[in-house]
Design a protein around this ligand. Structure first.
Ligand code: 13P
Length: 285
């Protein structure tokens, strides 16, 4: 199968009350690990990279690996560009083969956010590429985007309705109290706000900051309309902790195939758990 747009995957997930997990990957082994996890779980999958990872690896290399995974796989796989503020990089990634992009203008005024998002939607729709936009500001650190706690703000439900209507954006990431990175305490999720947003707009909603949220809270968010759950930090940590442990036990190891195999297995196990929590397992027969 070729890479698919994430729009139909997410529309179906919202309709049926589960979420597709979008995993941020940074290496070939991480990409292979989440693909294997999704295949073995029978789940649709969104591979996701930040702009930092695009700069690190190159959009063409990432897209080539994702296309190869999709061609060999029986599950639908989308490739998504996470939190991009740069219009030209969005075009470059679509050209390379990304089937979903996030235009993040949440730091600007509502009007600027609407105008930029609409511009991306017009281009992306013609190419069958999904678009995600953010309203409110998700706190925490995601690559080089840092939103201090006092700068984070929650999405206004009525603005969400207006935003979707004005932009035609097919997926929306409203800030509802989660944050990127690992939480210091429990996240303070505004469930009533999710419910209100979900009644105002029927597009699939995206839960950012998926690492470290207690499982029951993730499930509650999904039951209220969140159809895509982003997981970055926990996956990166599982990969790196496995490597650290491996080198502590085998300080003389010099073969990347040895330590990468362990790290890949750690990522795969975690990915399977996340897929199961989000109710995506067994959706592809
Ligand atoms: P975490 O790093 O908290 O998993 O957040 C991921 C995310 O929302 C990526 O956009």
């Amino acid at each position: 199968m070729a890479l698919v747009s994430s729009t139909p995957l997410l529309v179906e997930a919202r309709e049926k009350g589960y979420a597709v997990v979008a995993f941020n990957v940074h290496t070939l082994e991480m990409l292979q690990a989440v693909v294997e996890a999704a295949e073995e779980s029978g789940a649709p999958l969104i591979l996701q990279t930040t702009t930092g990872t695009v700069k690190h690896l190159g959009a063409e290399y990432i897209a080539a690996a994702a296309k190869t995974a999709a061609a060999r796989s029986r599950i639908p796989i989308a490739l998504h560009l996470d939190h991009c503020q740069d219009f030209n990089l969005i075009l470059k990634c679509i050209q390379a083969g990304y089937t979903s992009v996030m235009i993040d203008q949440s730091m600007h005024s509502f009007e600027t956010n609407v105008n930029m998002t609409r511009k991306v939607v017009e281009i992306a729709q013609a190419l069958n590429v999904n678009v995600e936009a953010e309203l409110g500001k998700v706190g925490g650190v995601e690559d080089d985007i840092k939103v201090e706690d006092h700068m984070a703000s929650l999405a206004d439900p009525e603005e969400c309705r207006k935003f979707v209507e004005l932009t035609g954006v097919p997926t929306l990431a409203p800030a509802i109290g989660t944050a990127h990175g690992i939480y210091k305490g429990e996240p303070n999720i505004d469930f009533d706000r999710i419910a209100e947003i979900a009644t105002k707009t029927k597009v699939p909603l995206v839960l950012h900051g998926g690492s470290g949220i207690p499982d029951v809270q993730v499930k509650r968010c999904i039951s209220l309309g969140m159809a895509k759950v982003n997981v970055a930090t926990e996956l990166k940590n599982a990969f790196s902790e496995s490597l650290k442990q491996y080198f502590a036990e085998h300080p003389d190891e010099l073969d990347p195939r040895s330590y990468m195999t362990k790290a890949k297995a750690a990522v795969k196990q975690l990915a399977k758990e996340k897929i199961s929590i989000c109710g995506a397992a067994g959706r592809i027969r």
